[in-house]
Ligand binder design. Structure first.
Ligand code: ADP
Ligand code: MG
Length: 474
């Protein structure tokens, strides 16, 4: 008679096989031995700590689903780990496999796991547990298609494209892409990875941030599974290591990466890396690694120019199915010239804002959204510039603004100046009062309230506020 556990495990495997690529199934699930079924608790045996951690990190949701199907929602999973590839086993590790789509495996980490994997950086793409892309840690949304070409990225993009067609074969090995934050490094290298996967589905592509690589390495040392760690990385056909500057000063991690690098390179596998600075400025990276980087191609990403920014915005809006005036697009492109991530942030806020207040994205809405976002590189607005600008606009003097006079023609400009001081500077009300002839904070509050009321009641005031705001560059 068949054991119950065998049929339960067979059911699990069916669910898993339907949800992960063949290669991953072979690598990660075939070696598992179902050990026992104790009530609703299934114990499986895995070959190493590293193996267990990889499963936990990458396949927790698939495992959960498999358990749901084979045992039921209260099914539990235990791991038994073979220590030292022999017979010597350590006690099973009990884990709670989350029952819903809980944020990535956090709940499933057993106590004794060090603080690894948690500090996943924002560079790691969102993990879609249901997607085949999960396996390579590639975000399927990062494609060449939606990577807008411009002077700023032409070399990097076309080198990346060449590598994607013939991984490991071009002389661009390794390919190192460098550039400042938010300029599209991760997008580009992931696009390469996705393209390789799409073209050669037998190739094992892996995207990993350097931070995660380091954490895995540290963990492997702690759990005495360094061999598994390196074996695993040496199996990869295309290794994408993001933000390699993170390895700075981490000598041991660099040593191991050096060996992995050499092995992969010698056997014609593709290595792709990114860095936030030029290799020459990568202090804390061993010379022998840096010299390896020179074997291939180093290409930089620059801040996109105006046309490219416009194209990026248009593309983004098109993807979201949103239509806005060219004038507005131009305005945004002119206002945000730091990096693409910030540009995207503005567009997302705009769309959110437009849907919140149910109105079209027009110039006015755009300006008010930008006012809240674009702060880092604004020209500085301080109390002096505010008082100067207001005095000029209302044709009064700065000392009038600070005077005790309660004449109507002075009170209004003064209130307006206080209103903008509150809006445009980080000063507390008390300090604002101080700058206006030593008034107290309740006077400032009253001024702000008065202007706020007038804005809604009096079109002239409203227009003046808009005009002034744009004069202040907001
Ligand atoms: P980095 O890794 O250099 O910090 P990312 O690759 O994360 O930057 O890019 C930030 C955001 O900008 C991403 O959402 C990315 O899709 C987008 N992006 C960057 N460059 C481009 C481009 N040339 N075309 C379209 N989107 C881009
Ligand atoms: Mg990145």
């Amino acid at each position: 008679m068949r054991r119950e556990i065998d049929s339960v495990w067979e059911q699990c495997l069916r669910v898993i096989q339907a949800n992960v690529p063949d290669q991953s199934f072979k690598t990660w699930f075939e070696p598992i031995v179902p050990l026992r079924l104790n009530g609703k608790t299934l114990t499986i045996q895995v070959p190493s700590q590293f193996f267990y951690e990889w499963l936990e990190e990458n396949y927790i949701h698939i495992l959960r689903r498999a358990l749901d199907t084979s045992i039921g929602r209260d099914g539990m999973l235990e791991y038994s780990i073979i220590v030292d590839a022999g017979t010597d086993r350590q006690g099973p590790i009990k884990v709670n496999v989350p029952t819903s789509n809980s944020p990535y495996a956090a709940a499933a980490k057993p106590q004794q796991r060090p603080d690894d994997f948690k500090k996943n950086t924002s560079h790691t793409p969102p993990k879609d547990q249901d997607s085949l892309a999960l396996d390579s840690y590639l975000n399927p949304n990062y494609k060449f298609d939606n990577y807008i070409e411009g002077d700023c990225n032409r070399l990097a993009r076309s080198a990346g494209h060449a590598v994607a067609q013939r991984p490991g074969i071009t002389s661009f090995n390794p390919l190192l892409i460098y550039g400042g934050v938010g300029l599209g490094k991760t997008h580009l290298v992931q696009a390469i990875g996705n393209e390789i996967k799409g073209k050669h589905n037998n190739k094992f592509v892996l995207y990993v941030s350097s931070e995660k690589f380091t954490n895995q390495f540290i963990n492997a040392i702690k759990s005495n599974t360094l061999q598994d760690f390196t074996d695993f990385y040496m199996k990869i056909d295309t290794l994408i290591l993001d933000d390699v500057q993170f390895l700075s000063g981490k000598e041991k991690t660099q040593d191991t990466f050096f060996h992995i690098f050499n092995h992969l390179h010698q056997s014609g596998r593709q290595i792709i890396m990114t860095s936030d600075r030029r290799p020459a400025d990568l202090q804390g990276l061993q010379d022998r690694l840096l010299s390896r980087f020179k074997w291939g191609l180093t290409a930089d990403l620059q801040t996109p120019d105006l046309e490219t920014r416009i194209a990026i915005i248009q593309r983004k809006l098109q993807t979201e199915g949103v239509n806005i005036d060219y004038g507005v697009i131009e305005y945004v492109a002119h206002s945000v010239n730091t990096n693409v991530r910030e540009l995207e942030g503005v567009i997302i806020s705009l769309m959110a804002q437009a849907s919140l207040v149910r109105r079209e994205i027009d110039l006015e809405l755009t300006k008010s959204v930008l006012k809240n976002i674009v702060t880092s590189h604004d020209r500085e607005v301080n109390m002096d510039t505010i008082q100067e600008m207001i005095a000029d606009y209302f044709d009064v003097s700065i000392s009038d603004l600070k005077s005790k006079s309660r004449k109507k023609e002075l009170v209004y400009p003064r209130q307006m100046a206080m209103y903008f001081a509150k809006e445009l500077t980080p000063l507390p009300l008390k300090s604002i009062g101080y700058h206006f002839g030593g008034r107290d904070h309740s006077t400032v509050i009253h001024a702000i309230q008065t202007i706020n009321d007038l804005i809604t009641q009096d079109e002239v005031v409203n227009e003046a506020v808009q005009k002034l705001r744009s004069n202040f560059g907001r």
